[in-house]
Design a protein around this ligand. Sequence first.
Ligand code: SAM
Length: 296
Amino acid sequence: MEETRKGSLGNPQNTIDIIKKHQFAFQKKFGQNFLIDTHVLDKIIQAAEITDRDCVLEIGPGIGTMTQRLAEAARHVVAVEIDKNLIPILDETLRDYDNITVINQDILKMDISELVKEYNDRKPVKVVANLPYYITTPIIMGLFESQVPIDNLTVMVQKEVAQRMQVGPGSKDYGALSLAVQYYAKPYLVANVPPNCFIPRPNVGSAVIRLTRHQEPPVRTADPGLMFRLIRASFNQRRKTLQNGLNNSAELDYPKEAIAEAIDSLGLPPSVRGETLTLEQFARLADWFAAFDNIC
Ligand code: SAM
C-alpha cells in the first residue's frame, strides 16, 4: 500500500486505505464521521481566514484530513483528539509537518485558556472543528462563556443547529442557543454539507458555520449571567407565557408581582411569550431584575 504523503488525505480512497491499514474501527460514541470532500475542506480553510501568523485549535482531528490543510495555512496547529486509536494514525498522516501538536484528551476536560497561553502567548486563536454533534453546544458555549481568547470558530454542525444559531424572534428555531451565540458572536453560514461528504454517512445534514467573536457584545446588561438564566427560563416552556416561564424556573426566585412589573416595564402585555423577545429586550429585563436584587 502506498505510504501516506503530505497533504494526501481528503478523498474517499485515501481515507479508506488508511482506515484499513490501521484496522481502525469507527466509534459511534465519539461521533466519528470523517470528511472526504476536498471542496468542503477548501471552504472551511477559506472561511476560517487562517494566515501564517495564526495558531489554530482543531477539535477532533480524526485521521488528520483537515489538520494537514490547517498546518499548511497556519503557524501552528494544536489538535485535540479523544480517541487513542487515532493517535498512531495521526502519527503517520501528520509526520511530515513540524508545526502540529497532537494531544490525546477529551476537549471538555481541558483548560483551553492554558493551551492558548502555552501555544499562542494568550493571544486569540482560531478554532476549527468538525464537531461530534453531541458536544456541539457544550463546546461552543463553554468556549464563549469561559472567555478563552478566540478570534473566530469555524465549525461543522448539524444543519438544524446552524439554523438555530442564526435566527431571530418569529422563527420556530429561535431559542436559547440563538441568543447565546448572537450575544457572543456574528454567525455566518459557510456551506451546507450533505451526508455523502463523510465516511460513514451521518443520518442528518450538516452545515459549516463561522462564528466571529464580537469585540463588544451587541447589547449591554448589568448582569449577563442573570440574562442567560432569564433566557433559559423563557424557552424551557416554549408554549407558556413569559410570566409563567420565569415563575416556574428552578434557576430564578422572583415573586409573581415582581415578574409582572418587570414585563410591564418593557411595555409588553402580560400574555407575551418569551420567544418573541429580542436580545435587547432580554438585556433590559436582566437590568430590571438586577436593580430589583439590589433593592431587596
Ligand atoms: N476532523 C475529522 C474530519 O473532519 O474528518 C474528524 C471529525 S469527526 C466528526 C469528530 C472527531 O472528534 C472524531 O475524531 C472524534 O474521535 C473526536 N472527538 C469526539 N469527542 C471528542 C472530545 N470530547 N474531545 C476531543 N475529540 C473528540
